[in-house]
Design a protein around this ligand. Sequence first.
Ligand code: AMP
Length: 364
Amino acid sequence: MSAPAPRPLSPGDVIGILGGGQLGRMLAMAAARLGLRTHVFAPAGDNPAFDVATRSTIGDYADEAALAAFAQAVDVVTYEFENVPARAAAALAAHRPVLPDARALSTTQDRLVEKDFVRALGIATAPYMAVDDAGGLARAVAALGRPSILKTRRFGYDGKGQATIRGGADLGGVFRALGGAPCILEGMVPFIREVSVVAARGLDGAFAAYDVCENHHEHHILARTLVPARVSGAATTAALDIARRIAEALDYIGVLAVEMFIVETDGAQSVLVNEIAPRVHNSGHWTLDGAAASQFEQHIRAVAGWPLGSTARRGRVEMRNLIGDQAAAWRDILAEPGACLHLYGKAEIRAGRKMGHVTRVISE
Ligand code: AMP
């Protein structure tokens, strides 16, 4: 059955959101501000989006009957995470438009497919090779050298499903440690900065990008985003152009984030794509306080078939994630003039868990 075509929604219509985490929560809040209702579908667990959605359903992504009932209760379906199973997306798309669509999901769920797609657009990536077994890993390491990074093709996030291969590594052991799953090996990129472009494409094909974000990770988790990124004008232009080309090639509807590396050779900066997230992204959280329309509002506008909002920045911005017990500092943050505190309402503080974030906007 082919997917129904997306159509512009009206205030009061219902946006279905797969996933009950903080991204779903902030999407639901943005929808409410625009007079749209939300219905969140998520498996049992701590689902902070349930606190703010109009309706919630606890269900499994493999339960096609539950998904069909959910789809029939909403006007359009979107999601807060890219690992929506293909079968779930197809079950939903039989009833309602799923945005971003199945092509965006299948392209971004598999690192090999994603990198092949990016390369086919003439956009640079790290050198990479597919690895299906220990012998393939040995051949890839011989070709790409050490250090290099082995990544599972599917289901990796925040550094999970990855291993750095250095001199002396037991290749068979490294491959087994990643579960023997299909992988890619990537050459190590000597980047000077990690950046992302958060952008949106509307139902009418309009494209709008926020300024380039500079991202700093700690323990493989995003810790801090600075905007605008401290990169050359040429790299900024190239990064924005890459995001537009990717969005157009996918005929994309919604917000996407393209994570990139900046490398410098003989004083000139160039841009390599690392990965594409077909959703709102942690590096775009600053837009809630630092941009005219936030990434969450922008995504809601896009999937509702409404005009995109302005991505104009309100100043120089710093966003810090509150990870684990860093969120215990909430009182001090509240006391700081100009600090914008966001807590996700998660029931339990755990090490490595994103509990909230704080944004500071400095007028330029
Ligand atoms: P990823 O899950 O692909 O976003 O990788 C997580 C982090 O690992 C990135 O944000 C980089 O800091 C680092 N990383 C990933 N791939 C490479 C690479 N090919 N070269 C250098 N660093 C990388």
